[in-house]
Design a binder for this molecule. Structure first.
Ligand SMILES: [Zn+2]
Length: 326
């Protein structure tokens, strides 16, 4: 277990020049049965948007091969418009890594293509045309050029929402970084998912005005709700309405990541403790819009444990922004 976790810390720590490629993990996809999700999915769906459609079950992919790699550099500036393979998209900057002398490699989540890696050349020069627009949390509109390498090149950037109110406030920033890391780890594919983009931008909009509501940023109701919705969009929403192992209606006493949800006493041998209050707290977050996210303090701890163990079991990762304890 320890070895597996450790191998997953790599990709967020290493810069693009490290030349190390993340060690692939054994694939552990668990398909959540569609019928188990229907009732809950519809409920969440309604809160998302009226025109949402059902999420495909089981589409979390392991974060393989998406560590930034060396890419062919072109001589001279690539900022001038290039014909052919340019496209415009709204995007959120998830992560920004220094690269070469004045450049940055950006991990962005785009409306048009899902997760994209892009290089912003010259961004670290004081007179960069991008200014401070491409910071993590920024919601921008980008012109991207997809060359032959894996990384796109940013050829133009306009702010949609700067989210400076979130970035300049320590509590909000810490909450925001948990959310961005969850997005980084769960949505690794270049694959359009407008609902994921929508929930991400809504999370950031609400973050601008968020009060410090929890002792630890990771226990904040907004970011817990955001992550539960991301798990739902990924097909990994924990099943909490009956025993995920045997189907008994209850009483449910624990949470089993392997079973994909809450379990009864008979099936709960290796499960994590999960109280009735924890279950209803999680269901409350799932059943209400992000803007109305609220949960009691004890239930928030249980919700975090369910989220964390879902990440570990299904994706083989832990969030570095979430300090883990016991
Ligand atoms: Zn059972």
């Amino acid at each position: 277990m320890t070895g597996r976790r450790n191998s997953n810390y790599q990709d967020l720590r290493h810069g693009p020049t490290s030349g190390e490629i993340e060690e692939p993990l054994p694939e552990m996809r668990v398909v959540v049965q569609a019928d188990l999700l229907v009732g809950k999915a519809l409920l969440v769906e309604e809160r998302f948007r009226p025109d949402a459609v059902a999420a495909p079950p089981g589409c979390v992919h392991l974060d393989l091969g998406h560590a930034p790699r060396p890419f062919p550099t072109r001589p001279g500036s690539t900022l001038e418009p290039m014909a052919g393979r340019g496209y415009k998209t709204e995007a959120v900057v998830l992560r920004s890594i220094r690269f070469a002398e004045a450049d940055r490699v950006l991990h962005i989540y785009t409306l048009e293509r899902g997760r994209v890696g892009a290089v912003a050349k010259g961004i670290r020069r004081t007179k960069s045309r991008f200014g401070a627009r491409l910071e993590p949390l920024s919601h921008v509109e980008l012109m991207l050029h997809q060359g032959s390498g894996e990384l796109a090149t940013v050829t133009g950037a306009q702010l949609v929402r700067p989210h400076s109110d979130a970035r300049e406030h320590p509590y909000r920033l810490a909450v925001g970084l948990v959310g961005l890391e969850a997005m980084l780890r769960l949505f690794t594919e270049q694959e359009r998912n407008p609902r994921a983009f929508e929930v991400l931008t809504r999370f950031l909009d609400l973050l601008d005005e968020a009060e410090a509501r929890a002792e630890e940023p990771a226990l904040d109701p907004l970011v817990l709700s955001f992550q539960l919705k991301l798990l739902w969009l990924s097909g990994y929403l924990p099943h909490l309405t009956s025993c995920a192992e045997c189907g008994a209606e209850g009483p449910l006493v624990g949470y089993s990541p392997r079973a994909g949800g809450a379990v009864c006493e008979r099936c709960g041998a290796d499960s994590l403790p999960l109280s009735a209050g924890g279950i209803s707290g999680i269901e409350g977050l799932l059943g209400s819009p992000l803007a109305d996210a609220q949960i009691s303090k004890p239930a928030a701890r249980e919700a975090l444990r369910v989220i964390t163990s879902s990440y570990e079991y299904h994706g083989g990762f832990r969030l570095r922004t979430v300090a883990t304890r016991g």
